[in-house]
Design a protein around this ligand. Structure first.
Ligand code: FNR
Length: 189
């Protein structure tokens, strides 16, 4: 059976190295995973003033998350956390109260940065947020990818064989994790 996976790219930059990583992950994912990007760039800044009546762009965003069985976060580290745009998107999806789109939805976190820490601190921060949002998270493998020049091409080709294998295995593990979680959670949970 196949599983729909939505992925969120934390960066809005045109030349984003995390977008390159996401492109690679789509290509390395096992055929059972149907990968589609969920964009958040057009969301306004969230306030609970919107809770009574979400704007269409926010409804569409929540619908997109509702329509997938799992979510993959591919995020840079900005100032030792996730970019504000991604946090804003998560806040939108978590509301209104009682309509948290992430509840019981399996997720995984990955990211790349030119620094050796490879987004580890941002990922830890994101994991706290996802815990509160009651998303079952893949604990392992973790993936802290240091982006050396040319590591992944714009078209998503990974130029280092060991990294390609690592990322392929990461997606295979994510597939198994999703299957395990969905086995114990009813679809309408
Ligand atoms: C960064 N960068 C960065 N890198 C890191 O490893 N830890 C950090 O805390 C930060 N902080 C940070 C803040 C801001 C505002 C910017 C713009 C950048 C560097 C960052 O890893 C680098 O710009 C990557 O290219 C960002 O990923 P994307 O946006 O290209 O996918």
């Amino acid at each position: 059976t196949t599983h729909k996976v939505g992925y969120l790219i934390g960066s809005l930059a045109k030349a984003s190295i995390n977008r390159k990583l996401a492109t690679a992950l789509v290509q390395l994912a096992p055929p059972e995973l149907e990968m589609s990007e969920i964009s958040f760039k057009d969301l306004p800044l969230y306030s609970y003033d919107y809770d009574a009546d979400f704007p269409p762009v926010a409804r569409a965003f929540k619908d997109a998350i509702a329509s997938v069985e799992a979510v993959l976060f591919v995020t840079p580290e900005y100032n030792r956390s996730v970019p504000g745009g991604l946090k804003n998107a998560i806040d939108w999806a978590s509301r209104p109260y009682g309509k948290n789109s992430f509840a019981r939805k399996p997720s995984a976190v990955i990211g790349t940065s030119p620094g050796t820490i490879g987004t580890a601190v941002a990922q830890q921060s994101l994991r706290s947020v996802l815990s509160f949002c009651n998303s079952p998270q893949m604990n392992a493998p973790e993936a802290y990818i240091q982006f050396t020049p040319g590591l992944i091409t714009d078209s998503g080709e990974v130029t280092v064989e060991s990294t390609e294998q690592f990322l392929r295995n990461y997606m295979a593990e994510f597939h198994m994790f999703i299957a395990r979680v969905l086995q114990v959670l009813p679809k309408d949970a």
